[in-house]
Design a protein. Structure first.
Length: 366
């Protein structure tokens, strides 16, 4: 028996360039009891995570298929050559592949949604989502918010749709010592609200000369040089603040972890409906005081263990940030509460996924 995981082509299952989907798969592999049975398929990378489990595939420029369909067909061909009658297939974040796979595949298929189904090719309409329900053994959503989006207009087969929160690995056992630094971690795009963060920092930094303000991220994860007009303006404005403003650019995960360990506050000013909020979960594992937008799946992570802002704007963000900088007691309360409430462990998530896999195997007489 084998479990075959297919990543979106744009994902890089790489030690230095992994983004949220790849990180989630990596975290699950770290704890699954099925590790020896798993193969992960994706675009070929230089420094692959879990090298013994990863199958890197090169896209042919002569192919008439899209990159994701090409990957799928290559995977299915490799599976068929094994002549094994017991296979599970897990597709991440590409719902339109379900029709592609079902036409010549008899193995059970699970689909993982890391983004809003109503915005994705292959699951925007009720009819498409109903089709997915009929053809999949299970559907996993990264938050209750994403599950509710998938189920809009659908009243049957709810038992197939599960919430599987992204898990994080807490690598420290004691609450870390904090420095006077505030972070933004994420892509430098308008929907992440990075311009709100920069606007607020520019207005308050002169009043708090003993505080530093950081940005970790680039326009595209894993690509330090990728920029656009919006990103360039944000970076230029941020750097103009002076030595207190520290633009780190894109950094590998170990650097992010080190900065989170010592940061006092993290700002997540998203303007779009965040599917889950992996940065918030990671911040909790390091005991950071979190200020975040009340959107999407974020309220499932941040309750009374951080500051949620509804209909966020620069005025509201500035007010909350000043209050936390000025009030050390309040800041420490949220830090300790986040540290204590960190329940999104990769180990628990992996165990839950393994249990679902076991049920699917049993249902298919494996």
């Amino acid at each position: 028996m084998k479990i075959n995981i297919l990543l979106p082509y744009k994902e890089k299952f790489d030690e230095n360039k992994a983004s949220s989907v790849s990180i989630t798969v990596k975290n699950n592999l770290m704890h699954t009891k099925y590790l020896n049975l798993i193969k992960v398929y994706g675009q070929n990378v230089e420094n692959a995570l879990f090298k013994d489990n990863f199958v890197g595939l090169n896209y042919s420029i002569f192919s008439l298929k899209s990159k994701n369909v090409f990957l799928l067909h290559r995977m299915l061909k490799m599976i068929s050559e094994e002549h094994s009658k017991k296979q599970l297939i897990e597709i991440h974040n590409r719902p339109y592949l379900i029709n592609q796979i079902s036409s010549f595949n008899h193995f059970p298929v699970s689909l993982f949604f890391h983004n809003d189904p109503l915005t994705m090719k292959g699951s925007k309409s009720k009819r498409e989502r109903q089709n997915i329900l009929e053809k999949c053994a299970a559907i996993f959503c990264v938050s209750e918010y994403i599950k509710q989006q998938f189920m809009k207009g659908i009243s049957t087969e709810k038992q197939k749709v599960h919430v599987l929160y992204n898990g994080v690995n807490r690598k420290i056992t004691h609450f870390p010592e904090k420095k006077k630094e505030i972070l933004f971690v994420g892509r430098l795009v308008s929907e992440k609200g990075v311009d709100l963060y920069v606007e607020v920092v520019k207005s308050i930094a002169p009043n708090y000369p003993d505080w530093n303000f950081g940005i970790i991220g680039s326009l595209k994860l894993g690509d330090q040089n990728k920029t656009n007009l919006f990103g360039n303006k944000v970076i230029e404005k941020f750097k103009s603040i002076g030595s207190q403003a520290r633009y780190y650019g894109f950094k590998d995960y170990s650097f992010v972890e080190e900065k989170m360990k010592t940061a006092s506050i993290i700002v997540i000013p998203s303007l779009w409906q965040e599917p889950f909020g992996l940065v918030a979960a990671e911040a909790m594992s390091y005991g950071i005081c979190i200020i975040a937008s009340k959107v999407g799946g974020i309220p499932e992570i941040i309750r009374d263990n951080g500051v949620l802002i509804e209909n966020i704007n620069s005025h509201k963000l500035k007010k909350s940030l000043i209050e936390l900088i000025d009030n050390e007691k309040l800041r420490n309360f949220y830090q300790k509460k986040a540290w204590k409430d960190c329940k999104f462990s990769a180990e628990n998530s992996s165990e839950k996924l393994d249990n679902y896999r076991k049920i699917i195997l049993k249902q298919n007489d494996y």
